[in-house]
Design a protein around this ligand. Structure first.
Ligand code: BTN
Length: 240
């Protein structure tokens, strides 16, 4: 699905992808090495040069309303989960869009949207998939990789091609407007769904809770003390 540019090195593929003169819908920028990889919440993203798949895709999902933007996040997360299944792993999607196998994080995503009136006009989806790296800095929370789990090494371009095929299927479903299909698949893949665990809620502290589902607008529904409560990004943290 993508026209691919491979860079030996860049600061961050997300930053590179913002260049509107160079990139448009359907472009993917892969970097073998990022010198300023960016993560969620202003954190940095570390990846051993040449070992992992660090890339950004440029999308112009103009058919999506701003209120439907979580659907794109779901489609991307599902495409990465589908990719890991192709390598015989059993992934789950940790809300909002980290991909886990067991309690180890294999992939993180950074989505940046541009909006025109009430629709999305352009989205940069930056994705870091840990492929061959087997040792991680102690500062990285719960890291894992495909190689750590399977004991094999992989061609990162082949992993990208698998992602590309899987994403194109998920994106077509989105374009057809079948949000329910995407949302149901996302909920079926949800990390810790229906499993009692502990969560941190700012202002309340640590509480026991059970994740029940994620609504189409992206709110996480957690049962706490017998009552369903809904949370937006940053309003609840997983304790792993
Ligand atoms: C997270 O914190 O989990 C999100 C990590 C996103 C990392 C990817 S790597 C490719 C792209 N370029 C960046 O600078 N960040 C994203």
């Amino acid at each position: 699905m993508f026209r691919t540019t491979v860079l030996q090195e860049c600061g961050s593929t997300n930053t590179e992808a913002h260049d509107r003169d160079k990139y448009r819908h359907g472009d993917a920028i892969i970097a073998l090495r990022q010198t300023a990889g960016r993560g969620q919440r202003g954190r940095s993203w570390e990846s051993e040069p040449g070992e992992n798949l660090t890339f950004s895709v440029v999308l112009e999902p103009v058919f999506l309303k701003v209120t439907e933007q979580f659907m794109l996040s779901e489609a991307l997360a599902l495409a990465v989960a589908d990719t890991l299944r192709h390598y015989k792993l059993e992934p789950s999607v940790k809300w909002t869009n980290d991909i886990y196998v067991g309690n180890g994080k294999i992939c993180g995503m950074l989505l940046e949207h541009d909006i025109k009136s009430d629709h999305l006009s352009r989205t940069i989806a930056g994705i870091g998939i840990n492929v061959n790296q087997t040792a991680f800095s102690p500062n990285v929370p719960n890291p894992s990789s495909i190689s750590l789990l399977t004991g094999r090494r992989y061609d990162i371009m082949e992993v990208f091609d698998t992602f590309s095929t899987k994403f194109s299927e998920r994106y077509k479903t989105l374009e057809s407007g079948d949000f329910r299909l995407v949302s149901e698949a996302y909920n079926e893949s949800l990390y810790r769904r229906d499993i009692p665990a502990r969560y941190f809620i700012p202002g309340e502290g640590e509480v026991p809770g059970i994740i029940r589902r994620v609504e189409q607008d992206g709110r996480l529904i957690v049962e706490i003390e017998g009552r369903e409560r809904s949370f937006l990004f940053k309003e609840i943290e997983f304790i792993i």
